[in-house]
Design a protein around this ligand. Sequence first.
Ligand code: SIN
Length: 475
Amino acid sequence: MEQVVNKSLLSFMCEESDNAIAVYNPVNEKIIGYVPSLSSADIYERIAKSKAAQVLWQQKTAAERSAVLKRWYDLMIENADDLAYIMTVEQGKPLAEAKGEVTYGAGFVQWFAEEGKRTYGDTIPTPAGNKRLMTIKQPVGVTASITPWNFPIAMLTRKAAPALAAGCSCLVKPANQTPLSAYAVAELAYQAGLPEDLLIVINSHSSVMVGEIFCNHEDIKKLSFTGSTEVGRALIKQTADTVKRTSMELGGNAPFIVFDDADVEAAVTGAVASKFRNAGQTCVCANRFYVQDDIYDSFVDKFVAAVSKLTIGNGLEPGIVVGPVIDQKAKGSVMKMVSTAIEQGATIRFGGESLPGNFVQPTVLTGVTKQMSIVQQEIFGPVAPIIRFKDEQDLIEQANDTIYGLASYFYTQNINRAFRIAEQLEYGMVGLNEGIISTEVAPFGGVKQSGFGREGAKQGIEEYMNTKYICLGGM
Ligand code: SIN
Protein backbone atom coordinates (compact mmCIF):
# COMPACT_ATOMS: atom_id res chain seq x y z
CA MET A 1 0.00 0.00 0.00
CA GLU A 2 3.08 2.20 -0.20
CA GLN A 3 1.74 4.06 -3.27
CA VAL A 4 -1.35 5.45 -1.51
CA VAL A 5 -0.83 9.19 -1.01
CA ASN A 6 -3.88 9.90 1.17
CA LYS A 7 -3.02 7.65 4.13
CA SER A 8 -6.26 8.54 5.93
CA LEU A 9 -7.96 6.17 3.50
CA LEU A 10 -6.20 3.28 5.25
CA SER A 11 -6.71 4.35 8.87
CA PHE A 12 -9.17 1.47 9.44
CA MET A 13 -6.47 -1.16 8.89
CA CYS A 14 -5.43 -3.12 11.97
CA GLU A 15 -2.55 -5.30 13.11
CA GLU A 16 -2.42 -9.06 12.61
CA SER A 17 -4.34 -10.90 15.38
CA ASP A 18 -7.01 -13.56 15.88
CA ASN A 19 -9.56 -10.78 15.46
CA ALA A 20 -8.18 -9.61 12.14
CA ILE A 21 -8.99 -10.70 8.60
CA ALA A 22 -6.02 -10.94 6.24
CA VAL A 23 -6.46 -9.41 2.79
CA TYR A 24 -4.43 -10.88 -0.08
CA ASN A 25 -3.20 -9.56 -3.40
CA PRO A 26 -4.58 -12.06 -5.96
CA VAL A 27 -1.52 -11.49 -8.17
CA ASN A 28 0.89 -13.14 -5.73
CA GLU A 29 -1.23 -14.21 -2.70
CA LYS A 30 0.83 -11.90 -0.43
CA ILE A 31 -0.94 -10.34 2.55
CA ILE A 32 -1.47 -6.61 1.96
CA GLY A 33 -3.28 -5.72 5.19
CA TYR A 34 -5.73 -6.66 7.90
CA VAL A 35 -9.22 -5.43 8.79
CA PRO A 36 -11.10 -6.05 12.03
CA SER A 37 -13.26 -9.16 12.37
CA LEU A 38 -16.36 -8.25 14.36
CA SER A 39 -18.18 -10.46 16.85
CA SER A 40 -21.97 -10.77 16.96
CA ALA A 41 -22.01 -8.43 20.01
CA ASP A 42 -20.04 -5.82 18.00
CA ILE A 43 -22.54 -6.09 15.17
CA TYR A 44 -25.59 -5.72 17.44
CA GLU A 45 -23.98 -2.62 18.94
CA ARG A 46 -23.45 -1.13 15.49
CA ILE A 47 -27.04 -1.85 14.45
CA ALA A 48 -28.25 0.07 17.54
CA LYS A 49 -26.01 3.01 16.63
CA SER A 50 -27.19 2.89 13.04
CA LYS A 51 -30.81 3.02 14.21
CA ALA A 52 -30.19 6.08 16.41
CA ALA A 53 -28.34 7.89 13.62
CA GLN A 54 -31.04 7.11 11.06
CA VAL A 55 -33.75 8.78 13.15
CA LEU A 56 -31.83 12.05 12.99
CA TRP A 57 -30.79 11.66 9.34
CA GLN A 58 -34.34 11.26 8.08
CA GLN A 59 -35.22 14.58 9.71
CA LYS A 60 -32.72 16.40 7.48
CA THR A 61 -34.04 17.90 4.28
CA ALA A 62 -33.31 16.12 1.03
CA ALA A 63 -31.15 19.11 0.06
CA GLU A 64 -29.03 18.71 3.23
CA ARG A 65 -28.49 15.03 2.53
CA SER A 66 -27.73 15.82 -1.09
CA ALA A 67 -25.00 18.30 -0.09
CA VAL A 68 -23.18 15.59 1.91
CA LEU A 69 -23.45 13.11 -0.97
CA LYS A 70 -22.12 15.68 -3.43
CA ARG A 71 -19.06 16.29 -1.23
CA TRP A 72 -18.61 12.51 -1.03
CA TYR A 73 -18.69 12.32 -4.83
CA ASP A 74 -16.11 15.12 -5.13
CA LEU A 75 -13.78 13.37 -2.67
CA MET A 76 -14.08 10.08 -4.54
CA ILE A 77 -13.07 11.77 -7.76
CA GLU A 78 -10.22 13.68 -6.06
CA ASN A 79 -8.95 10.40 -4.57
CA ALA A 80 -9.62 8.26 -7.65
CA ASP A 81 -5.97 7.31 -8.15
CA ASP A 82 -5.58 6.08 -4.57
CA LEU A 83 -8.91 4.23 -4.62
CA ALA A 84 -8.01 2.57 -7.92
CA TYR A 85 -4.62 1.50 -6.60
CA ILE A 86 -6.19 -0.03 -3.47
CA MET A 87 -8.73 -1.85 -5.65
CA THR A 88 -6.16 -3.24 -8.06
CA VAL A 89 -3.97 -4.51 -5.24
CA GLU A 90 -6.79 -6.32 -3.42
CA GLN A 91 -9.03 -7.32 -6.35
CA GLY A 92 -6.65 -7.72 -9.29
CA LYS A 93 -8.42 -5.73 -12.01
CA PRO A 94 -6.03 -3.59 -14.08
CA LEU A 95 -5.46 -0.04 -12.87
CA ALA A 96 -7.28 1.67 -15.75
CA GLU A 97 -10.28 -0.59 -15.22
CA ALA A 98 -10.17 0.04 -11.46
CA LYS A 99 -10.17 3.77 -12.12
CA GLY A 100 -13.16 3.24 -14.40
CA GLU A 101 -14.94 1.50 -11.53
CA VAL A 102 -14.16 4.40 -9.17
CA THR A 103 -15.78 6.79 -11.66
CA TYR A 104 -18.71 4.40 -12.18
CA GLY A 105 -19.11 4.00 -8.39
CA ALA A 106 -18.86 7.74 -7.76
CA GLY A 107 -21.51 8.18 -10.47
CA PHE A 108 -24.08 6.48 -8.22
CA VAL A 109 -23.29 8.93 -5.42
CA GLN A 110 -23.69 11.91 -7.74
CA TRP A 111 -26.85 10.51 -9.32
CA PHE A 112 -28.60 9.75 -6.03
CA ALA A 113 -27.53 13.08 -4.54
CA GLU A 114 -29.89 14.49 -7.17
CA GLU A 115 -32.57 11.77 -7.15
CA GLY A 116 -32.99 12.18 -3.37
CA LYS A 117 -34.55 15.57 -4.12
CA ARG A 118 -37.12 14.03 -6.44
CA THR A 119 -38.84 11.40 -4.30
CA TYR A 120 -42.27 12.72 -5.13
CA GLY A 121 -45.56 11.43 -3.82
CA ASP A 122 -48.90 11.75 -5.63
CA THR A 123 -52.22 13.44 -5.21
CA ILE A 124 -54.96 11.07 -6.27
CA PRO A 125 -58.27 12.16 -7.83
CA THR A 126 -60.78 11.56 -5.07
CA PRO A 127 -63.64 9.05 -5.41
CA ALA A 128 -65.62 10.93 -2.69
CA GLY A 129 -66.27 14.68 -2.48
CA ASN A 130 -65.47 14.94 1.24
CA LYS A 131 -62.09 13.21 0.96
CA ARG A 132 -58.66 14.10 -0.41
CA LEU A 133 -56.11 11.38 -1.18
CA MET A 134 -52.36 11.61 -1.35
CA THR A 135 -49.18 9.58 -1.00
CA ILE A 136 -45.81 10.46 0.47
CA LYS A 137 -42.49 8.59 0.29
CA GLN A 138 -40.59 7.78 3.47
CA PRO A 139 -37.24 6.08 4.12
CA VAL A 140 -37.53 2.40 5.07
CA GLY A 141 -35.13 2.91 8.03
CA VAL A 142 -31.98 0.93 8.81
CA THR A 143 -30.74 -1.01 5.77
CA ALA A 144 -28.09 -3.68 5.31
CA SER A 145 -26.12 -4.53 2.19
CA ILE A 146 -23.91 -7.45 1.29
CA THR A 147 -21.55 -6.62 -1.54
CA PRO A 148 -19.33 -8.83 -3.72
CA TRP A 149 -15.59 -8.85 -4.39
CA ASN A 150 -15.83 -8.26 -8.14
CA PHE A 151 -16.88 -4.58 -7.89
CA PRO A 152 -15.76 -3.54 -4.41
CA ILE A 153 -16.67 0.15 -4.81
CA ALA A 154 -19.47 0.37 -7.37
CA MET A 155 -21.64 -2.25 -5.66
CA LEU A 156 -21.28 -0.45 -2.35
CA THR A 157 -22.20 2.97 -3.69
CA ARG A 158 -25.00 1.51 -5.85
CA LYS A 159 -26.69 0.46 -2.58
CA ALA A 160 -25.46 2.97 0.02
CA ALA A 161 -25.98 6.13 -2.06
CA PRO A 162 -29.72 5.62 -2.70
CA ALA A 163 -30.20 4.44 0.89
CA LEU A 164 -28.53 7.56 2.30
CA ALA A 165 -30.20 9.90 -0.19
CA ALA A 166 -33.59 8.48 0.83
CA GLY A 167 -32.89 9.12 4.53
CA CYS A 168 -31.91 5.55 5.52
CA SER A 169 -28.79 4.36 7.29
CA CYS A 170 -26.65 1.62 5.83
CA LEU A 171 -24.65 -1.27 7.28
CA VAL A 172 -22.42 -2.76 4.60
CA LYS A 173 -20.71 -6.11 4.62
CA PRO A 174 -18.12 -6.17 1.84
CA ALA A 175 -16.59 -9.46 0.75
CA ASN A 176 -13.73 -10.57 3.00
CA GLN A 177 -11.49 -10.75 -0.11
CA THR A 178 -11.91 -7.01 -0.87
CA PRO A 179 -12.81 -4.97 2.23
CA LEU A 180 -10.10 -2.31 1.82
CA SER A 181 -11.85 -0.44 -0.99
CA ALA A 182 -15.10 -0.40 1.01
CA TYR A 183 -13.47 1.05 4.11
CA ALA A 184 -11.58 3.62 2.03
CA VAL A 185 -14.73 4.81 0.30
CA ALA A 186 -16.60 4.97 3.63
CA GLU A 187 -13.74 7.05 5.07
CA LEU A 188 -14.29 9.58 2.27
CA ALA A 189 -18.00 9.72 3.13
CA TYR A 190 -17.07 10.61 6.73
CA GLN A 191 -14.66 13.26 5.47
CA ALA A 192 -17.55 14.63 3.41
CA GLY A 193 -19.54 15.14 6.61
CA LEU A 194 -21.57 11.94 6.86
CA PRO A 195 -21.98 10.85 10.50
CA GLU A 196 -20.04 7.60 10.87
CA ASP A 197 -22.99 5.64 12.27
CA LEU A 198 -24.92 6.16 9.03
CA LEU A 199 -22.52 4.09 6.97
CA ILE A 200 -20.93 1.26 8.92
CA VAL A 201 -18.63 -1.30 7.31
CA ILE A 202 -18.74 -4.76 8.86
CA ASN A 203 -16.49 -7.74 8.29
CA SER A 204 -16.22 -10.94 10.24
CA HIS A 205 -14.44 -14.25 9.93
CA SER A 206 -17.98 -15.66 9.78
CA SER A 207 -19.79 -14.10 6.82
CA VAL A 208 -22.62 -16.56 7.52
CA MET A 209 -23.08 -15.09 10.99
CA VAL A 210 -23.26 -11.54 9.57
CA GLY A 211 -25.81 -12.68 7.00
CA GLU A 212 -27.94 -14.32 9.70
CA ILE A 213 -27.93 -11.19 11.84
CA PHE A 214 -28.78 -8.98 8.88
CA CYS A 215 -31.66 -11.27 7.90
CA ASN A 216 -33.11 -11.83 11.36
CA HIS A 217 -32.71 -8.48 13.09
CA GLU A 218 -36.04 -6.68 13.55
CA ASP A 219 -34.46 -3.23 13.29
CA ILE A 220 -33.03 -3.89 9.84
CA LYS A 221 -35.85 -3.07 7.47
CA LYS A 222 -34.24 -3.88 4.15
CA LEU A 223 -31.52 -6.17 2.83
CA SER A 224 -29.82 -5.67 -0.51
CA PHE A 225 -27.55 -8.42 -1.80
CA THR A 226 -25.32 -8.80 -4.84
CA GLY A 227 -23.80 -12.24 -5.30
CA SER A 228 -24.59 -15.78 -6.34
CA THR A 229 -28.10 -17.15 -6.84
CA GLU A 230 -27.27 -19.93 -4.36
CA VAL A 231 -26.52 -17.47 -1.53
CA GLY A 232 -29.42 -15.24 -2.60
CA ARG A 233 -31.86 -18.14 -2.19
CA ALA A 234 -30.57 -18.79 1.34
CA LEU A 235 -30.87 -15.11 2.29
CA ILE A 236 -34.42 -14.87 0.92
CA LYS A 237 -35.42 -17.84 3.10
CA GLN A 238 -33.78 -16.34 6.17
CA THR A 239 -35.50 -12.97 5.76
CA ALA A 240 -38.94 -14.59 5.80
CA ASP A 241 -39.29 -14.52 9.60
CA THR A 242 -38.97 -10.74 9.74
CA VAL A 243 -40.80 -10.26 6.42
CA LYS A 244 -37.92 -8.06 5.35
CA ARG A 245 -37.84 -6.08 2.16
CA THR A 246 -35.06 -7.40 -0.07
CA SER A 247 -33.46 -6.74 -3.40
CA MET A 248 -31.40 -9.44 -5.01
CA GLU A 249 -28.89 -8.99 -7.82
CA LEU A 250 -27.86 -12.58 -8.43
CA GLY A 251 -26.08 -14.72 -11.00
CA GLY A 252 -26.27 -14.42 -14.77
CA ASN A 253 -25.77 -16.51 -17.88
CA ALA A 254 -25.71 -13.85 -20.57
CA PRO A 255 -26.13 -14.94 -24.18
CA PHE A 256 -24.17 -12.87 -26.71
CA ILE A 257 -25.82 -13.35 -30.10
CA VAL A 258 -24.33 -12.39 -33.45
CA PHE A 259 -26.77 -12.55 -36.38
CA ASP A 260 -25.59 -12.90 -39.95
CA ASP A 261 -26.59 -9.29 -40.70
CA ALA A 262 -24.38 -7.92 -37.90
CA ASP A 263 -21.43 -5.56 -38.22
CA VAL A 264 -18.84 -8.24 -37.42
CA GLU A 265 -16.09 -5.81 -36.39
CA ALA A 266 -18.44 -4.10 -33.93
CA ALA A 267 -19.59 -7.49 -32.63
CA VAL A 268 -15.99 -8.57 -32.01
CA THR A 269 -15.21 -5.34 -30.14
CA GLY A 270 -18.36 -5.73 -28.03
CA ALA A 271 -17.68 -9.41 -27.41
CA VAL A 272 -14.14 -8.77 -26.13
CA ALA A 273 -15.29 -5.89 -23.91
CA SER A 274 -18.21 -7.85 -22.47
CA LYS A 275 -16.39 -11.16 -21.98
CA PHE A 276 -13.03 -10.03 -20.63
CA ARG A 277 -14.04 -7.08 -18.43
CA ASN A 278 -12.71 -7.88 -14.95
CA ALA A 279 -11.20 -11.14 -16.28
CA GLY A 280 -14.70 -12.40 -17.00
CA GLN A 281 -15.78 -11.97 -13.39
CA THR A 282 -18.99 -9.97 -13.70
CA CYS A 283 -22.62 -11.07 -13.44
CA VAL A 284 -23.30 -9.40 -16.80
CA CYS A 285 -20.32 -10.84 -18.71
CA ALA A 286 -21.16 -12.55 -21.99
CA ASN A 287 -21.27 -16.17 -20.84
CA ARG A 288 -22.09 -18.04 -24.08
CA PHE A 289 -21.79 -16.86 -27.65
CA TYR A 290 -24.29 -17.77 -30.39
CA VAL A 291 -23.07 -16.99 -33.90
CA GLN A 292 -25.19 -17.50 -37.00
CA ASP A 293 -23.97 -19.98 -39.61
CA ASP A 294 -23.11 -17.58 -42.47
CA ILE A 295 -20.77 -15.36 -40.47
CA TYR A 296 -19.56 -17.96 -37.97
CA ASP A 297 -16.07 -18.42 -39.48
CA SER A 298 -15.51 -14.72 -40.03
CA PHE A 299 -16.58 -13.84 -36.47
CA VAL A 300 -14.55 -16.64 -34.85
CA ASP A 301 -11.36 -15.76 -36.79
CA LYS A 302 -11.60 -12.08 -35.90
CA PHE A 303 -12.58 -12.79 -32.29
CA VAL A 304 -9.65 -15.19 -31.79
CA ALA A 305 -7.28 -12.61 -33.33
CA ALA A 306 -8.54 -9.98 -30.87
CA VAL A 307 -8.38 -12.34 -27.87
CA SER A 308 -4.82 -13.38 -28.74
CA LYS A 309 -3.73 -9.74 -28.31
CA LEU A 310 -5.06 -9.39 -24.75
CA THR A 311 -2.20 -8.83 -22.34
CA ILE A 312 -2.45 -10.70 -19.07
CA GLY A 313 -0.57 -9.94 -15.85
CA ASN A 314 -0.28 -7.74 -12.78
CA GLY A 315 -2.82 -4.92 -13.22
CA LEU A 316 -0.38 -2.39 -11.78
CA GLU A 317 1.82 -2.79 -14.84
CA PRO A 318 1.11 -0.56 -17.83
CA GLY A 319 -0.77 -2.10 -20.74
CA ILE A 320 -2.24 -5.06 -18.85
CA VAL A 321 -5.84 -5.75 -19.88
CA VAL A 322 -6.64 -9.00 -18.06
CA GLY A 323 -5.69 -9.48 -14.39
CA PRO A 324 -5.84 -12.63 -12.26
CA VAL A 325 -9.04 -14.28 -11.09
CA ILE A 326 -9.74 -13.68 -7.43
CA ASP A 327 -8.26 -16.85 -5.89
CA GLN A 328 -7.28 -20.48 -6.39
CA LYS A 329 -10.83 -21.71 -5.79
CA ALA A 330 -12.14 -19.48 -8.58
CA LYS A 331 -9.35 -20.58 -10.89
CA GLY A 332 -10.01 -24.27 -10.13
CA SER A 333 -13.70 -23.83 -10.92
CA VAL A 334 -13.00 -22.11 -14.27
CA MET A 335 -10.36 -24.66 -15.32
CA LYS A 336 -12.73 -27.50 -14.39
CA MET A 337 -15.46 -26.03 -16.60
CA VAL A 338 -12.99 -25.87 -19.51
CA SER A 339 -11.82 -29.47 -19.05
CA THR A 340 -15.41 -30.73 -18.75
CA ALA A 341 -16.35 -28.89 -21.96
CA ILE A 342 -13.40 -30.57 -23.72
CA GLU A 343 -14.49 -33.98 -22.42
CA GLN A 344 -17.98 -33.25 -23.73
CA GLY A 345 -16.64 -32.50 -27.23
CA ALA A 346 -15.67 -28.80 -27.37
CA THR A 347 -12.42 -27.69 -29.01
CA ILE A 348 -9.93 -25.17 -27.65
CA ARG A 349 -9.59 -22.62 -30.41
CA PHE A 350 -7.37 -20.34 -28.32
CA GLY A 351 -5.90 -20.40 -24.80
CA GLY A 352 -6.94 -23.03 -22.30
CA GLU A 353 -3.64 -22.87 -20.39
CA SER A 354 -3.54 -22.81 -16.61
CA LEU A 355 -0.95 -20.08 -16.04
CA PRO A 356 1.02 -19.81 -12.76
CA GLY A 357 -0.69 -18.28 -9.74
CA ASN A 358 -4.28 -17.12 -10.13
CA PHE A 359 -4.04 -16.38 -13.84
CA VAL A 360 -6.26 -18.04 -16.44
CA GLN A 361 -5.38 -17.59 -20.09
CA PRO A 362 -8.17 -15.93 -22.10
CA THR A 363 -9.78 -18.92 -23.81
CA VAL A 364 -12.06 -19.45 -26.81
CA LEU A 365 -13.95 -22.75 -27.14
CA THR A 366 -15.63 -23.78 -30.39
CA GLY A 367 -17.77 -26.79 -31.26
CA VAL A 368 -19.88 -26.04 -28.19
CA THR A 369 -23.43 -27.42 -28.12
CA LYS A 370 -26.48 -26.70 -26.01
CA GLN A 371 -26.09 -30.01 -24.15
CA MET A 372 -22.73 -29.04 -22.64
CA SER A 373 -22.67 -28.04 -18.99
CA ILE A 374 -20.61 -24.89 -19.66
CA VAL A 375 -23.65 -23.43 -21.42
CA GLN A 376 -25.79 -23.68 -18.29
CA GLN A 377 -23.22 -22.47 -15.73
CA GLU A 378 -22.04 -19.00 -14.83
CA ILE A 379 -18.36 -19.22 -15.85
CA PHE A 380 -17.02 -16.16 -13.97
CA GLY A 381 -13.70 -16.33 -15.80
CA PRO A 382 -12.11 -15.38 -19.13
CA VAL A 383 -13.55 -18.26 -21.17
CA ALA A 384 -15.76 -17.80 -24.25
CA PRO A 385 -17.74 -20.84 -25.47
CA ILE A 386 -19.11 -20.37 -29.01
CA ILE A 387 -22.18 -22.13 -30.40
CA ARG A 388 -23.14 -22.10 -34.09
CA PHE A 389 -26.84 -21.53 -34.88
CA LYS A 390 -28.99 -21.45 -38.01
CA ASP A 391 -32.55 -20.60 -37.11
CA GLU A 392 -33.77 -17.49 -35.23
CA GLN A 393 -36.59 -19.20 -33.33
CA ASP A 394 -34.36 -22.07 -32.22
CA LEU A 395 -31.81 -19.47 -31.12
CA ILE A 396 -34.35 -17.64 -28.96
CA GLU A 397 -35.34 -20.90 -27.28
CA GLN A 398 -31.69 -21.73 -26.54
CA ALA A 399 -30.93 -18.20 -25.32
CA ASN A 400 -33.86 -18.30 -22.90
CA ASP A 401 -33.25 -21.88 -21.78
CA THR A 402 -31.65 -21.01 -18.43
CA ILE A 403 -32.74 -20.27 -14.89
CA TYR A 404 -30.98 -16.91 -15.19
CA GLY A 405 -32.27 -13.65 -16.65
CA LEU A 406 -29.84 -10.81 -15.98
CA ALA A 407 -28.09 -9.42 -19.09
CA SER A 408 -28.22 -10.41 -22.76
CA TYR A 409 -26.62 -9.02 -25.91
CA PHE A 410 -27.24 -9.25 -29.62
CA TYR A 411 -25.85 -7.77 -32.80
CA THR A 412 -27.92 -7.10 -35.91
CA GLN A 413 -28.33 -4.30 -38.45
CA ASN A 414 -31.96 -5.23 -39.13
CA ILE A 415 -34.38 -2.90 -37.33
CA ASN A 416 -37.30 -5.36 -37.39
CA ARG A 417 -35.17 -8.12 -35.96
CA ALA A 418 -33.78 -5.68 -33.37
CA PHE A 419 -37.19 -5.07 -31.81
CA ARG A 420 -38.36 -8.66 -32.24
CA ILE A 421 -35.36 -10.11 -30.43
CA ALA A 422 -35.13 -7.43 -27.73
CA GLU A 423 -38.73 -8.16 -26.78
CA GLN A 424 -38.35 -11.94 -26.80
CA LEU A 425 -35.21 -12.19 -24.68
CA GLU A 426 -36.24 -13.09 -21.11
CA TYR A 427 -33.70 -10.85 -19.42
CA GLY A 428 -33.78 -7.72 -17.26
CA MET A 429 -31.25 -5.99 -19.53
CA VAL A 430 -30.54 -6.17 -23.26
CA GLY A 431 -27.56 -4.72 -25.10
CA LEU A 432 -28.30 -4.19 -28.80
CA ASN A 433 -25.08 -3.70 -30.78
CA GLU A 434 -23.40 -2.91 -27.45
CA GLY A 435 -21.33 -5.05 -25.07
CA ILE A 436 -21.08 -2.66 -22.09
CA ILE A 437 -24.45 -1.56 -20.75
CA SER A 438 -23.86 -0.62 -17.09
CA THR A 439 -24.39 2.98 -16.05
CA GLU A 440 -25.79 4.70 -12.98
CA VAL A 441 -28.56 6.32 -15.03
CA ALA A 442 -30.20 3.05 -16.20
CA PRO A 443 -31.99 0.38 -14.13
CA PHE A 444 -29.72 -2.60 -13.43
CA GLY A 445 -31.35 -5.88 -12.44
CA GLY A 446 -32.62 -9.26 -13.49
CA VAL A 447 -35.64 -11.51 -13.87
CA LYS A 448 -36.08 -15.24 -13.16
CA GLN A 449 -33.42 -16.56 -10.75
CA SER A 450 -31.16 -13.58 -11.43
CA GLY A 451 -33.18 -11.77 -8.79
CA PHE A 452 -35.46 -8.79 -8.37
CA GLY A 453 -35.26 -5.10 -7.60
CA ARG A 454 -33.48 -2.46 -9.65
CA GLU A 455 -30.33 -0.51 -8.87
CA GLY A 456 -29.32 2.86 -10.27
CA ALA A 457 -31.66 5.08 -12.32
CA LYS A 458 -34.85 6.60 -10.95
CA GLN A 459 -35.96 3.14 -9.83
CA GLY A 460 -32.95 2.60 -7.52
CA ILE A 461 -34.12 4.94 -4.77
CA GLU A 462 -37.61 3.40 -4.66
CA GLU A 463 -36.02 0.27 -3.16
CA TYR A 464 -35.22 2.31 -0.04
CA MET A 465 -38.56 4.08 0.38
CA ASN A 466 -42.03 3.12 1.55
CA THR A 467 -45.10 4.66 -0.04
CA LYS A 468 -47.57 5.93 2.56
CA TYR A 469 -51.14 6.66 1.56
CA ILE A 470 -52.89 9.45 3.47
CA CYS A 471 -56.65 9.90 3.26
CA LEU A 472 -57.95 13.29 4.43
CA GLY A 473 -61.60 13.03 5.46
CA GLY A 474 -64.27 15.57 6.41
CA MET A 475 -63.25 18.03 3.70
C1 SIN B 1 -21.91 -7.31 -11.24
O1 SIN B 1 -21.20 -8.06 -11.84
O2 SIN B 1 -22.55 -7.69 -10.27
C2 SIN B 1 -22.07 -5.85 -11.62
C3 SIN B 1 -21.63 -5.55 -12.97
C4 SIN B 1 -21.88 -4.12 -13.37
O3 SIN B 1 -22.35 -3.28 -12.58
O4 SIN B 1 -21.65 -3.83 -14.53
